[in-house]
Design a protein around this ligand. Structure first.
Ligand SMILES: NC(=O)c1ccc[n+]([C@@H]2O[C@H](COP(=O)([O-])OP(=O)(O)OC[C@H]3O[C@@H](n4cnc5c(N)ncnc54)[C@H](O)[C@@H]3O)[C@@H](O)[C@H]2O)c1
Length: 355
């Protein structure tokens, strides 16, 4: 069978996990890279033997009509323009999270996908985690009962990565749009994708990027924008209400004066509760006793495996062998939640969401 020809736009950090899985997938071959940074472009090209290198994706689509599908791995500000250009050129698109800078851009991307008839998948990689698969299995069999409450935090003590992450014009926001997006989507996915109906949120800009702190920080952007500007929130918190009555309490932070970085995702149902991070735990009742269920085998989140699952599932969807498991509709719903949290933080009011 003829292999699908793949181009990657934005070949910095995360593109690596897309690239290695296109290399490994028997149905795809890498044919082109695009990046506005000529050094990054050259380095990635040499690393993977890709010689069609472009600094402008319009030129790439013009010169290489044979491209079938594209991964968009740029900074957030280029997700919508790059994905729309690719869809207009008749390519299938896998776009990294967050889908866009805001819901309006996300809706424009969804409209471009509809017009072109091509697939637009959003990079909600946690949907493809081994841990998510186990929880979906338990939940679909009814073992957790009705999932009605979840709490999730992704909060770092000193973890503003700097560079484009702190620059709102390139990122669209801080930890909410960078980290919160993962957990909000994951919880929504595990609950069966209920529609969001309203949010109440707050954001804070108190600590900035903590450049003054001498203790080394854990997170760095490897490719940085020229100015080390920080005009994004450093903490966001919100209550998100869904149409099935469920509520998610979420916190996402780059910087907070807490003892230790915190990752925690828990969902609670009428028959059982489950924790995904930092460890996998299942809490239930058996014969009128409280019981913790220990699964045999490795249930810790497998980052590499999730990326492999995401890319392979995208390729399968393009080949008509399976569904799109993180759709443009899911991406739009997520961007509406994020927009509403920022709006609630600004107004101090609960914000209704219409899908
Ligand atoms: N799924 C995940 O777990 C995960 C993890 C990290 C980052 N991400 C997402 O991946 C994206 C990239 O993040 P990163 O950490 O790799 O950043 P990065 O800075 O390492 O790489 C981004 C690359 O995009 C290039 N670029 C920017 N605008 C461009 C344009 N218009 N055309 C072509 N190239 C352009 C930059 O020059 C850079 O090389 C972000 O949207 C981020 O949210 C996802």
């Amino acid at each position: 069978m003829k292999k699908l020809k793949v181009a990657v736009i934005g070949v910095g950090n995360i593109s690596y996990y897309h690239i290695i899985n296109y290399v490994a997938n028997p149905d795809t071959e890498l044919v082109a890279f695009c990046d506005i940074n000529p050094e990054t472009l050259k380095r990635r090209g040499a690393e993977f033997g890709v010689t069609n290198l472009f600094e402008d994706y319009h030129e790439m689509f013009e010169k290489m009509p044979e491209i079938d599908l594209v991964s968009v791995c740029t900074w957030n500000n280029a997700h919508a323009p790059a994905a729309i250009a690719a869809l207009n050129a008749g390519k299938h698109v896998l776009c990294e999270k967050p889908m866009a800078m805001n819901a309006q851009e996300a809706e424009e991307m969804r409209a471009a996908a509809k017009r072109s008839g091509k697939i637009l998948q959003v990079g909600f990689v946690r949907r493809f985690g081994n841990d998510a698969a186990v929880i979906r299995d338990f939940s679909e069999r009814g073992d957790l009962g009705e999932l009605y409450y979840a709490r999730a935090s992704y909060v770092r003590r000193n973890g503003n990565p700097g560079g484009w992450f702190g620059n709102k014009a390139l990122s669209g926001g801080g930890p909410l749009i960078d980290l919160g997006v993962h957990v909000i989507d994951l919880v929504r996915y595990l609950m069966g994708n209920p529609a969001p109906v309203s949010v109440y949120g707050a954001t804070f800009r108190k600590l900035g990027n903590r450049k003054n702190i001498k203790t080394p920080r854990a997170y760095h952007a490897t490719v940085t924008s020229k100015e080390d500007l920080c005009d994004v929130e450093d903490l966001a918190t919100a209550l998100i209400r869904f149409d099935n009555g469920a509520v998610l309490n979420v916190q996402a932070g780059f910087c907070l004066n807490l003892g230790k970085d915190e990752t925690n995702i828990e969902l609670f149902g009428t028959k059982g509760g489950v924790q995904l991070d930092p460890a996998f735990n299942l809490y239930t009742e058996m014969n009128d006793y409280l019981a913790d269920v220990k699964l045999v085998g490795d249930t810790a989140f497998d980052f590499d495996g999730a990326f492999r699952g995401e890319i392979y599932s995208f390729v399968d969807a393009v080949l008509g062998r399976g569904p799109v498991r993180a759709s443009a509709d899911d991406g739009v719903a997520l961007m509406k939640i994020l927009d509403a949290i920022y709006a609630s933080a600004e107004t101090g009011k609960e914000i209704a969401i219409g899908l």
